[in-house]
Design a protein around this ligand. Structure first.
Ligand SMILES: [Zn+2]
Ligand SMILES: [Zn+2]
Length: 549
């Protein structure tokens, strides 16, 4: 019988850019196609996407991309993959509705093969088949996938929690997980993000209580920030606002657009008369207003960040405003979030980001006992945690061991290293092309490590340009070398001394040396770099130019 390979192109050993390939012979299915956010060492980088080389090399084998849900870390790199291959994309109605505008920006929707699934469908993908199973998270129509292979079922949980009172009332299909366990799950690929939290996670519904408390106590306006895709949270805001006598306006084009789409499709039920336009807020006193806004992650262009800098024309933060952060910081964004929070406090607003015992936000990921329940239901032969950093993977596997799973059936996956299943065993195969691709603000992927190094260099130590004029015919230097610096800071006179040393070195060269312009350029840069480094311990970028006169 043939081998089955599971290859994460992103999303294991890290949180973000989830993308998992499952291959059986000449058939490939791709689960999710997400992005990650840049860290502080990636100046000018907008998003980070997986390296799709492996899929591009095997594009004739790709039977479809299956999306678990509409969060950016699962769908954000889809436009970049579809640019390379026009393969079918399977997702729930809600997920499709959420990704349409993003796809439209970069691709022609009419040419794409977007296909909608319902929970319980079985979608044939070559020799593999995929069954979506409803499971709760922090977004509507979230799915796990059962992928049937020649060696049994591979169960990808996707992001999940077991929420027994979800905001939309739609429960996880626990029965189905149990049935699949009976049928035979060969491999469980499980969410592990919250494995370090003991017990059971709180239900999304508890947030309504937290919101009710803040909405009642706030004397002025209440602003709430969350992800533009967090439709459940918006539903809760509209309901609590209706109860507490507030009208709700929305700031942010994407959020407004999502509210329109979800109202039309029936995912959002806004009580009559509660929704108002932003221009109408002046018709109501502050204590009768609530405002939804983007910017929960400190994104520089978002409405909330601009408001905190008093640079947003349509709405100003005033003393007496209460701002609720109803979203968990994505790792890497913390510093930007705290800067925004501090600016808001400075403007006289009160910021609520943590609230006990009724929280204003809960995590969408399973805690320890929920993860154990998933293992218990599906009774997998092999286990491999996904959606986690090495510390999460390690802890997850030690819990699985405590549950009686022997060590040789537990795997710590790595991006790009296939987990291979054959008739009798599972093992880690040879690494395939894999890595990260950095996309800049123009949407162009492929910022190289060299460019990144240059940017960090420039940001840290600045830049020095040096211009030397030579007459190659005569074989002599014309005039003094000209040195200019930008963003460089060193001891006084260091550049003048560098210029003198350069002058002496150039004058010591013979005519032949002065005719080899390329070598001359390199020698000038080397000399200057060494001198500056010795004198200052700095490594500014050196840009030499030699002009022939
Ligand atoms: Zn998610
Ligand atoms: Zn996720």
């Amino acid at each position: 019988m043939s081998k089955v390979e599971v290859i994460a192109l992103g999303g294991v050993g890290e949180i973000g850019k989830n993308c998992t390939v499952i291959r059986q012979d000449d058939d490939i299915v791709v689960i999710d196609c997400g992005l990650a956010f840049p860290n502080e060492e990636m100046p000018g980088v907008d998003i980070v996407i997986p390296d799709f080389t492996y899929l591009i090399e095997n594009k004739d084998k790709v039977r479809g991309v299956f999306l678990t849900h509409a969060h950016e870390d699962h769908v954000g790199s889809l436009p970049y993959l579809l640019r390379e291959m026009n393969v079918p994309v399977y997702a729930s109605t809600f997920t499709h509705a959420m990704i349409q505008s993003k796809l439209e920006e970069k691709l022609n929707l009419k040419e794409l093969k977007l296909k909608t699934f319902a929970f319980g469908d079985i979608i044939q993908a070559g020799s593999l088949s995929v069954e979506p199973i409803r499971v709760t998270h922090s977004i509507p129509e979230n799915s796990s996938f059962a992928i049937r292979t020649g060696h049994g079922i591979i169960l990808m949980t996707g992001d999940f929690k077991f929420d027994f009172s979800p905001v939309d009332g739609k429960l996880s299909n626990i029965t189905r997980f149990g049935q699949l366990g009976e049928e035979g799950v060969v491999l469980l690929l499980s969410d592990s993000t919250n494995v370090d939290r003991p017990g059971w996670g709180p239900s999304e519904r508890i947030v309504s209580e937290g919101l009710r408390r803040v909405f009642t106590q706030a004397e002025g306006r209440v602003l709430l920030t969350t992800f533009a895709s967090n439709i459940h949270r918006m539903q809760q805001v509209y309901e609590v606002a209706a109860e507490t006598g507030r009208k709700v306006a929305c700031v942010g084009r994407r959020m407004e657009n999502n509210i329109d789409v979800c109202t039309r499709l029936g995912y959002l039920h806004i009580p009559k008369g509660v929704r108002i336009k932003l221009d109408e807020i002046n018709d109501y006193p502050p204590e009768q207003l609530a405002i939804l806004t983007t910017g929960s992650q400190g994104e520089p262009m978002s409405a909330l960040v601009q408001m905190s800098k008093q640079e947003y024309g349509r709405l100003q933060i005033k003393e007496g405003d209460t701002i609720i952060y109803s979203a968990r910081p994505i790792p890497g964004n913390e510093a930007a979030i705290w800067r925004t929070v501090n600016r808001l406090f400075r403007l006289g607003a009160k910021v609520v980001y943590d609230s006990h015992p009724a929280p204003v936000h809960v995590s969408g990921h399973a805690y320890q006992e929920e993860l154990k329940m998933m293992i218990n239901l599906t009774r997998p032969f092999y286990l491999a945690p996904v959606h986690g950093e090495p510390r999460h993977q390690h802890l997850y596997l030690s819990i699985a061991e405590q549950m009686g799973h022997p060590e040789h059936r537990l795997f710590t996956m790595e991006d790009g290293v296939p987990l291979v299943l054959d008739e009798t065993t599972a093992y880690q195969g040879e690494r395939v092309a894999c890595g990260r691709v950095l996309v800049d603000y123009s949407g162009t992927p492929g910022i190289s490590d060299e460019v990144l190094r240059d940017r960090n260099n420039l940001a840290r130590d600045g830049m020095i340009t040096v211009t030397v004029a030579v007459d190659p015919e005569a074989g002599e230097i014309v005039g003094d070398p000209m040195i200019q610096a930008k963003g460089f800071h060193g001891p006084e006179g260091v550049l003048d001394r560098a210029s003198d040393i350069l002058w002496d070195a150039l004058n010591a060269l013979n005519k032949a040396d002065l005719r080899d312009i390329d070598k001359l350029r390199r020698d000038i840069a080397d000399l200057l770099r060494k001198y500056i480094q010795k004198q200052t311990n700095l490594r500014p970028m050196i840009l030499p130019s030699v002009i022939e006169v």
